[in-house]
Write a protein that binds this ligand. Structure first.
Ligand code: C5P
Length: 313
């Protein structure tokens, strides 16, 4: 019998998400909003590396490292500790995050790191938990964490943590505009949405995704998907960050299939019909749009997965 060597470190890769649709329902008694969303994982990745250590710690590097907490409030560290606790106690880990997903940007970057930490620690500690078992812990960490484990394209309901797969074939090409002047706080955007609705005397309906989007996703026909993009938080995000209206308009004035603010913003996702169109739009936005990082990504991509492990030789 050969015993598998215990790895001395594991790396997980985890994508960011955009929301193709986000329909916000009423505020619940627990402070969350009932919602219906269509999540879509896109190829902008963080890497989460875990190595055994005497103490729990987290270090963050990469393009978006500033503004990520490096203390006990870090979501990846909380995920690792939660998994250790729930699996009967494990040796502490030191976590290193290469942060390429923007922070407080509506792309669930913190949730992504939590999902990455769950799969990396599961592999490091040899727990062999199923995705469904990890998803239960993921939901305790944040509404978007189960989706970042799942990846692909999926409907989220409840507060976003209950997932149902979407029948989707093919690939979509996106250009993301990412703010350089700071993120938006998710609770503040939801509160602004409530305030705007109250001022307009608008009662939110029971949320569900539209049939048009689900039909369009079956073939990933970009014109039909583009026409069905929708976000109930978009007006609130634009009210808190008026630059976003200019960004969306700049894209619509160029050649796009659709435009939508992702989640609580301020990232704006533009759908285009081909990778050549994505390059043209990148050039056009850089020349005309408000200053921001412009990134081309494809979707859907898989959720958090182990991409490497170091084993003692
Ligand atoms: O679940 P998560 O910690 O990511 O949510 C952050 C905040 O976003 C919540 O505290 C809440 O203010 C808001 N939120 C909401 N309704 C949801 C999801 C998030 O109001 N369905």
């Amino acid at each position: 019998m050969t015993l598998a060597a215990t790895p001395t470190g594991v790396t997980a890769r985890v994508p960011g998400k955009i929301n193709l649709q986000l329909v916000v329902g009423p505020l619940r008694e627990d402070g969350y909003h009932e919602l219906a969303t269509v999540f879509h994982a896109v190829g902008l990745y963080d890497h989460v590396i875990v190595t055994p250590s005497d103490d729990w710690s987290v270090r963050v590097g990469g393009r978006h490292a500033d503004r990520v907490p490096q203390d006990g409030s870090n979501l990846a560290l909380r995920a690792a500790r939660l998994l250790a606790e729930e699996s009967g106690g494990q040796q502490p880990v030191s976590i290193t995050i290469d942060k390429q997903i923007p922070v407080a940007a509506g792309m669930a970057g913190g949730s992504a790191d939590a999902a990455g930490a769950l799969v990396a620690c599961d592999a490091l500690w040899g727990l062999g938990l199923s995705r469904d078992e990890l998803a239960v812990l993921a939901a305790r960490l944040g509404s978007d964490v189960p989706f970042l484990l799942h990846g692909g394209t999926a409907i989220g309901s409840g507060r976003g943590e209950q997932l149902a797969p979407v029948l989707a074939r093919g690939r979509l090409h996106w250009v993301l505009w990412i703010s350089r002047h700071g993120g938006l706080s998710t609770p503040e955007v939801y509160a602004e949405c409530d305030r705007l609705r109250e001022a307009a005397g608008h009662t939110p309906p029971d949320p569900e995704p539209t049939g048009e989007l689900l039909t369009a996703l079956r073939t990933m026909e970009s014109t039909a998907v583009g026409a069905a993009l929708h976000n109930d938080l978009q007006e609130a995000a634009m009210s808190l960050d008026p630059t976003l209206a200019t960004v969306v308009q700049a894209g619509l004035d160029l050649d796009v299939e659709g435009a939508v603010v992702s989640g609580s913003g301020p990232t704006v996702a533009f759908l285009v019909g081909s990778s050549d169109a994505a390059i043209d739009l990148t050039v056009g936005l850089a020349a005309r749009g408000p200053e921001g990082d412009i990134v081309r990504v494809d979707g859907p991509v898989p959720g958090a997965q182990v991409v490497g492990s170091f084993t003692p030789s």
